[in-house]
Design a protein around this ligand. Sequence first.
Ligand SMILES: Nc1nc2c(c(=O)[nH]1)N[C@H]1C(S)=C(S)[C@@H](COP(=O)(O)OP(=O)(O)OC[C@H]3O[C@@H](n4cnc5c(=O)[nH]c(N)nc54)[C@H](O)[C@@H]3O)O[C@H]1N2
Ligand SMILES: Nc1nc2c(c(=O)[nH]1)N[C@H]1C(S)=C(S)[C@@H](COP(=O)(O)OP(=O)(O)OC[C@H]3O[C@@H](n4cnc5c(=O)[nH]c(N)nc54)[C@H](O)[C@@H]3O)O[C@H]1N2
Ligand code: SF4
Ligand SMILES: [Mo]
Length: 681
Amino acid sequence: MTDTHCPYCSLQCGMTLQRRGPVLEVQARPAFPVNEGALCRKGWTAAGLRGHRERLTTPLVRDPATSELRAAGWDEALDLVAERVRALQDESGADAVAVFGGGGLTNEKAYLLGKLARVALGTSQVDYNGRWCMSSAATAGNRAFGIDRGLPFPLADVERADVVVLVGSNLAETMPPAARHLDRLRERGGRVIVVDPRRTPTAERADLHLQPVPGTDLPVALGLLHLLVAAGAVDDAYVAARTTGWEEVRGAVIGWWPERVERVSGVPVAELTELARLVGRAERVMVLTARGAEQHSQGTATVLAWIDVALALGMVGKDGAGYGCLTGQGNGQGGREHGQKADQLPGYRMIDDPAARAHVADVWGVDPDSLPGAGRSAYELLDALGTPGGPRALLVHGSNPAVSAPRATHVTQRLAALDLLVVADIVLSETAALADVVLPVTEWAEETGTMTNLEGRVVLRERAVAPPEGVRSDLEVYAGLAARLGCTAAFPTDPEAAFEELRRASAGGRADYAGITYDRIRAEDGVFWPCPAEDHPGTPRLFAESFATADGRARFVAVDHVGAAEQPDDDYPLHLTTGRVLGQYQSGAQTRRVRDLPDTGPFVELHPMLAARVGARDGEPVVVTTRRGELKAPARVVGTIRPDTVFVPFHWVGANRLTNDALDPSSRMPEFKVCAAQVRA
Ligand SMILES: Nc1nc2c(c(=O)[nH]1)N[C@H]1C(S)=C(S)[C@@H](COP(=O)(O)OP(=O)(O)OC[C@H]3O[C@@H](n4cnc5c(=O)[nH]c(N)nc54)[C@H](O)[C@@H]3O)O[C@H]1N2
Ligand SMILES: Nc1nc2c(c(=O)[nH]1)N[C@H]1C(S)=C(S)[C@@H](COP(=O)(O)OP(=O)(O)OC[C@H]3O[C@@H](n4cnc5c(=O)[nH]c(N)nc54)[C@H](O)[C@@H]3O)O[C@H]1N2
Ligand code: SF4
Ligand SMILES: [Mo]
């Protein structure tokens, strides 16, 4: 019996793994406070890739004669990668080689992947899929609070709020065990409000559902603030004592009267008024955003507007209230703290800060001047592959961008234009299938490592079974490559040794893990960062006394509505939005291969009125077209979506042929959640 956590989402539900002969049995762990013994369907079936016939167990290299992938030994594969990398860098400079990581990697892996890039490869070109996940909320959190931790309080605090506003979260399907906290809140008489263009299972259970046009959460927030000011619901004492910038925000929302909001967002005046009434009166209000609000070219501004709401009500830092972002990937939080992001070093230090460079260089035993500066963000990196001056080689660990990147057909062409694509994965994902070298790595149950869940709680996954023969861990891959590249810096292959180094590298940074040890995590059911010393209790709740800004005050930021990068017109009259279903995870590389999960393929959700207009019938194919491509998939005619909007899940190849690669100007988050589309039967 081994205590561990789920391989998938940011709840990191506690589970126990039990070996019964060849079978690995998953049990829920009742004592872990986040899931209290509940798991979703994906969690229960998480062992489904153990012994799977599609599991990779040997490195593959592309044979120049046949252009096919063939089995190879580890030495052959790693020698080949190191040799090609060196040749490309000799010819085109250090930045000719790029690295792409993932928010599913453990902290140890994310940390050493960043070090591999900066020290062994000497490249600035490193970023990861978290850019597509929480980067807008991260940017907004840093600006408003001076720190970015998804939830600044434990998830169970949700139960103590009086009103919870979920903006663009479908947590009943994306983190089902979290819904129990909302149920308990409602049993206590609390209210749940959902803002989503679709009446999702989450919205179905809510007391009030606002159904805006995709990409208009920002004007909804401005309109709400307008009404709160008018109703005298602003907490003036809090605003005066704990914030700066309110006057400008108050001035900006004057023009957002409810009729104007209705015109822009489609949210009726009566519903906005009801929302203002509910939050304006409540003692404790919690605003939680997720990808529906964030994955926009205006994602950062949108989150800032909702943070403004929480600040104006005086909720941030108050017990059982505040603002939080529901992070997404298993280690979406820790993955962005320890240096696989283009502009960051471990401990959430910024790469252009001389003191940060000096600290990290000292831990790494290198000259601070040898560390490269900031590189390109995820989409800009993929977009530059194989272009003049762009990277010529890419190493991918923990992402499947051929499916999950916006404007995926273009991204796939960029991947094909590389001189060298190396993918480390568990299975032959769509991206791995394009690679020159594929490296088979261990999966969660076969290795130990820490993850930081959506609450900022650092948890420990423990190895429960031996990996299949022929498979190595990501840490072993990094060490093998670093050695072949002649790098003498440490690349520990033992996760605990890697974590010890990470502790030192993060010490004194914003995300300080210095006081966290494997033994403490085991004893305390996880430790919340910042935790600067072993005798420090960790920090479950932030902001009670002050914010992480220079003057300790939160910042109101005035923002205005610009709108989605692509607006409907005569040719593309509809809004297309994308997202998730309960039974699949992300690009589907793992879950589409798990036999007990439903693998329906992509589908197109549309309203009966729209279906009638275009002559579409439930279950029969429709074609969705955007300026970037088209997708043919069965229609799902449902009364739960706006008549001007269609929805496609992105777990299968197809949705991202359609999506727009417009980026948020500060977070560089792509606009996955809205573009202009056309549908025909
Ligand atoms: N089953 C499952 N669970 C998952 C994942 C998974 O792939 N599958 N992935 C994990 C990860 S990495 C993440 S990031 C989270 C994501 O968790 P969520 O953010 O809950 O998931 P999404 O389905 O991407 O988006 C949520 C909702 O946003 C709505 N939406 C679309 N456009 C807009 C808009 O403009 N405004 C508003 N307000 N809403 C809009 C969609 O209709 C959708 O219901 O889930 C995590 N959990
Ligand atoms: N249209 C649209 N597109 C989206 C989104 C959306 O809402 N709409 N959401 C975006 C979001 S929020 C996210 S997070 C991304 C996610 O999309 P991806 O970045 O593609 O994430 P995954 O599908 O989880 O890919 C992880 C890959 O790494 C492998 N893997 C798993 N664990 C490990 C490991 O420990 N080491 C290594 N080397 N490999 C591992 C898996 O088998 C899989 O192939 O998609 C984004 N794309
Ligand atoms: S909610 Fe997330 S962490 Fe929990 S079992 Fe499901 S996928 Fe795993
Ligand atoms: Mo995500």
